[in-house]
Design a protein around this ligand. Sequence first.
Ligand code: AMP
Length: 115
Amino acid sequence: MIMSFLSIDIFNQIINREIPADIVFETETMIAFRDINPKANVHILIVPKQALKTAKDVHNDNLSLFGELFFVAKQVAEMEGINGYKLHMNVDESGGQVIPRVHLHLLSPDFECDL
Ligand code: AMP
């Protein structure tokens, strides 16, 4: 099923503290908070503060931002006490992305995924 993008970038509202979230990690460039509808014991969303809609917005000049996503995932997983974990990213509407803002799902191993 193709999901539709929400018209509002909710994650920008979280970054700007306009709506609440359970924020677990934040730097000048990144924010991480618990998913409101967790699919695993640990389910955290890692979001760059730079306003990129999808991972297709990756370019030569922002490659490091995407590397930083993986670095933050490692740091947050360590904070959460999970050794192994799963990283998932939906890309664009037809890829299942709903929130129009790049984000990486960090999930504990109990996440049911048959890759
Ligand atoms: P995606 O399908 O990759 O766009 O995933 C969007 C995720 O955002 C879903 O797992 C939702 O449960 C989660 N979500 C939506 N609204 C909020 C919110 N206000 N706070 C935290 N997570 C949210």
